[in-house]
Design a protein around this ligand. Structure first.
Ligand SMILES: Cc1ncc(COP(=O)(O)O)c(C=O)c1O
Length: 393
């Protein structure tokens, strides 16, 4: 038996959906992308939604729309997918890494303010693995220091904080529809914003800086004239085949999210008594989207003194599970220890102790909506057996 880290959920509806643009002959960004955007706004409550080719390109558009430029500094968490920081680099600006809270894996609220300098222009909090960052505190700091906020909500479809969906707190939010996420369009992303000016500018920037879309041009008068190009834009468009797939996925989104939550609750129960494993926390006022079920392997309180040893043990446990056909993954990585950032900014793990421990000791268990109770019990039993073999636990 093989248990993958995740599985997409596609039914007849998705199979049929992707045929529709093929039958119509219009396959680039068009009516299905528009419908997907409208459905996304209806689900999240965001005023505007703008589909893109990925979350990375959504983030890139967001920081470009906000006018990020060389010399500017942007605060980003030290434990996140590398693209959160990369988009700051693309604009010639400097990411300033903030350590995380090892309990939630999200940005450490106490440290953010200490990193603000006269060059700071914005913050990119990340709602990692589907748990929102503490957005009230982030927004308070942003208002106090006149900073913009772009929410990296790549993992946060179906994630709520104090009754509001992720992506509706800051100036802009950016989502991912990569197959590791709860709903997928293959590759794909979405920008959400409450501001009409950012909506218009994002639509233009994703489409080479055009003043109107190709589909609008083809269906309106004077189709023979090209649009005007007044911004330095990109080709970050989603195709209509992806848009149609996204619509079908959104139709079943609540079922997917409920099924993921049910699986998470089952893991919570089965794993509750394992003293060597910290399971995901859900503080009061949060609804976790469970993009992933990420634990912390901690047979002892982790520190720089024992992390190398614990990391080795964690990897051996993961290797044993892989041998049994059960996939696990590290949660995500710490960009601060990746070559590009470590070398360019002379960063050392000791500067970001919690992010480093998360990188070395996080452990993601398989989770997908069609996962059975028997599969989850098998994962838990094999995990306990593997840890028993390694630690004598
Ligand atoms: C926190 C975070 N930000 C950004 C991304 C990038 O998303 P995409 O693969 O859609 O570009 C990811 C992808 O996993 C992510 O986890």
């Amino acid at each position: 038996m093989t248990i993958p880290i995740t599985k997409t959920y596609f039914g007849d509806e998705e199979m049929r959906a992707v045929q529709l643009p093929l039958e119509s002959g219009w396959v680039v960004q068009g009516p299905f992308v528009k419908k997907f955007e409208e459905q996304f706004s209806a689900f999240t409550g965001a005023r505007f939604s703008v589909a893109t080719s990925s979350c990375t390109t959504a983030l890139h558009i967001a920081v470009a729309a906000l006018g990020l430029k060389p010399g500017d500094e942007v605060i980003v968490p030290a434990f996140t997918w590398v693209s959160t920081a990369n988009v700051v680099e693309y604009m010639g600006a400097k990411p300033i890494f903030c350590d995380i809270d090892l309990r939630t894996f999200n940005i450490n609220m106490e440290q953010i303010e200490t990193l603000i300098t006269p060059h700071t222009v914005g913050i990119i909090p990340v709602h990692l693995f589907g748990l929102c960052a503490e957005m009230d505190s982030v927004m308070k700091i942003a208002v106090k220091h006149d900073l913009w906020v772009v929410e990296d909500a790549a993992c946060a479809f179906g994630s709520w904080y104090n009754g509001r969906h992720a992506g509706t707190f800051g100036d802009m939010g950016c989502f991912s529809f990569h197959p590791r996420k709860s709903i997928t369009t293959g590759e794909g992303g979405m920008i959400t914003t409450e501001r009409e000016d950012f909506d218009g500018l994002s639509r233009s920037l994703r489409d080479h800086g055009a003043s109107r879309s190709d589909h609008a041009r083809h269906t309106e008068k004077a189709a023979f004239l090209l649009a005007e190009y007044n911004h330095l834009g990109y080709n970050f468009r989603m195709t209509d085949i992806q848009g149609a797939l996204g619509c079908a996925q959104l139709e079943r989104a609540q079922w997917i999210l409920d099924a993921r939550t049910a699986c998470a609750r089952r893991y919570d129960k089965i794993l509750a008594d394992l003293e060597w494993l910290d399971i995901p926390v859900v503080p009061e006022g949060y609804r976790h989207g469970y993009q992933a079920y990420v634990c912390l392997f901690r047979p002892e309180p982790p520190s720089f003194r024992n992390v190398a040893h614990l990391h080795e043990q964690r990897n051996e446990v993961m290797m044993l599970l892989e041998g049994k056909g059960i996939s696990t993954r590290q949660g995500t990585h710490a960009p601060v220890i990746q070559g590009y950032y470590a070398e360019k900014y002379s960063l050392r793990p000791e500067q970001f102790p919690q992010a480093y421990l998360a990188d070395r000791l996080s452990l993601t268990l398989p989770l997908y909506p069609q996962m059975t109770e028997a599969e989850q019990e098998l994962v838990a039993a094999n995990l306990q057996e593997a840890v028993g073999a390694k630690l004598g636990a």
